[in-house]
Design a protein around this ligand. Structure first.
Ligand code: GRF
Length: 202
């Protein structure tokens, strides 16, 4: 399958997917990185992997609508089967979401439906939960609300600060995300309403 990645910053999840691809763990190829941030470190990772980077720098556009129109056009032209939001830090407009419904996935650093939105890890820490984690889900029109593909849990330890918990969750993100991408590329995800069924390996 043709995989496109959207990222705004560091891109460690993007890297985890590139690494899984190069190990042959995902049946597909990364055909492009799409970023809203010309300074995203993810661009360096794309270059190093020989993946074209499409930089659609948000701040260069007069309105969010103008930016979204450009992004939508670039995404359509990519002809991808799957769009992977790997730390893409913008709320995606409904036009893009509708165009790519069922083939856009996201990772969120919390066990949804708890702690959607920004800083899922910090929200978990402040709330005092004992178990935190990450969620890979399909993107729908709500905020981190689409059907859940898979989740990984980690403990919250008494002495955790935000950095410690972030790191523990991120380690699991780097496992969960490539796993979910691989399942999608093998046509093993069946969505019905809110539920995502994972088919046995053929
Ligand atoms: C991750 O914590 C991810 O869950 C969230 O944004 C962060 C991106 O990190 N959506 P990276 O850019 O993949 O390193």
């Amino acid at each position: 399958k043709r995989i496109a990645v959207l990222a705004s910053g560091r891109g460690s999840n993007f890297q985890a997917i590139l690494d899984a691809l190069s190990r042959g763990e995902i049946n597909g190829e990364c055909i492009g990185l799409f970023t809203d941030n010309k300074d995203a470190y993810a661009i360096e990772r794309a270059k190093a992997a020989g993946v074209p980077a499409y930089v659609i720098h948000f701040k260069d556009y007069p309105t969010k609508a103008a930016y979204e129109a450009e992004m939508l056009a670039a995404m359509k032209a990519a002809n991808a089967d799957l769009f992977v939001c790997a730390g893409y830090m913008r709320i995606i407009g409904t036009e893009i979401i509708r165009e790519f419904a069922g083939r856009m996935i996201n990772i969120h650093p919390a066990l949804l439906p708890a702690f959607p939105g920004l800083h899922g890890q910090r929200q978990a820490l402040e709330y005092g939960v004992k178990i935190a984690g990450c969620t890979v889900h399909f993107v729908d029109e709500g905020l981190d609300s689409g059907p859940i593909i898979l989740q990984k849990a980690v403990p919250v330890l008494d002495d955790d600060d935000e950095e410690a918990l972030d790191d523990r969750i991120l380690t699991q993100e780097h496992i969960a995300f490539p796993e979910a991408v691989a399942l999608f590329c093998d046509d093993r995800l069946v969505v019905s309403g809110r539920h995502v069924k994972i088919l046995e390996k053929k």
